[in-house]
Design a protein around this ligand. Structure first.
Ligand code: ADP
Length: 246
């Protein structure tokens, strides 16, 4: 598998405190990866670095076949280069339908009124329907997004990110607050998405990580503590100690 993202020797300090400490690891081009670690391990800061929100003090962040340095790009340029990020709280347009939210995402438009002015070609409609099927909302296409359940809103937001065809999708605790059935569906959306792009899931819920059935990176104090299958990392004594706060 070719490497899509390489983080190498990255460190970040906030007021003298090293949140990320000589962090190095790689993500493959069509890989599902779970990132776990106790609170304060640096998971959010890692995502902030990849998306350009936080700039490291040291190290390299190299992207894609052309080995572009993400550190030289703005947040908007990084998004255009193919990095999509899903935050925990969904940011769908509640007054718009599922269809219109997906269409706006497809057009990379953040103005909900813009949808009034689109000439909807058959290709747009086909793409929106395909996206809705991918996230399992095809029967909700014309419902107002504000009427969707918490889980459905999360899927819609994943669909809106997929509309922009990212090569890397970063997702923060996608299953938080979901019912077991909703978690199951979230797993299948992400597993399907990871067939054609890299998906990195930051997650606390080990049962959810197990379902993803992927390589796991454990962060601790801003560095990689262990990496491998979930069974491998959870049988590592250092990982156990860190989780038990020893
Ligand atoms: P995680 O997502 O794994 O819980 P974070 O990346 O949010 O960890 O945080 C890592 C460490 O860096 C924590 O100790 C946190 O308090 C600190 N930190 C993160 N962002 C900032 C910031 N903007 N200013 C000061 N400290 C920060």
């Amino acid at each position: 598998m070719s490497t899509l993202l390489e983080v190498s020797g990255v460190s970040v300090s906030f007021d003298g405190f090293r949140a990320i400490n000589n962090l190095s690891f790689q993500i493959g081009a069509a890989e599902m990866r779970a990132i776990i670690g106790p609170n304060g391990a640096g998971k959010t800061t890692f995502m902030d670095i990849v998306t350009g929100k936080t700039r490291p003090d040291e190290g390299r962040v190299i992207w894609g076949e052309k080995s572009v340095s993400l550190l030289k790009l703005s947040e908007a340029q990084i998004a255009r280069a193919g990095v999509g990020r899903k935050f925990q709280r969904p940011t769908v347009f509640e007054d718009q339908s599922v269809f219109d939210n997906l269409l706006l995402a497809l057009k990379k438009d953040r103005n909900p009124l813009a949808v009034l002015f689109y000439k909807r070609g058959p290709t747009d409609t086909e793409k929106v329907v395909a996206l809705a099927e991918q996230i399992g909302l095809n029967e909700q296409l014309y419902r107002k997004s504000g009427e969707l359940s918490h889980g459905q809103k999360q899927w819609l937001e994943i669909g809106m990110l997929l509309a922009q065809e990212p090569q890397l999708l970063l997702v923060d605790e996608p299953a938080a607050g979901m019912t077991p059935e909703e978690r199951e569906h979230t797993t299948s959306i992400l597993v399907e998405a990871a067939k054609t792009r890299a998906v990195v899931v930051v997650e606390h819920d080990m049962e959810f990580v197990r379902r993803l059935n992927c390589k796991v990176t454990v962060l601790h104090e801003g560095s990689v503590l262990a990496e491998g299958s979930l069974d491998h990392v959870t049988s590592n004594q250092e990982v156990i100690d860190v989780y038990l706060g020893r």
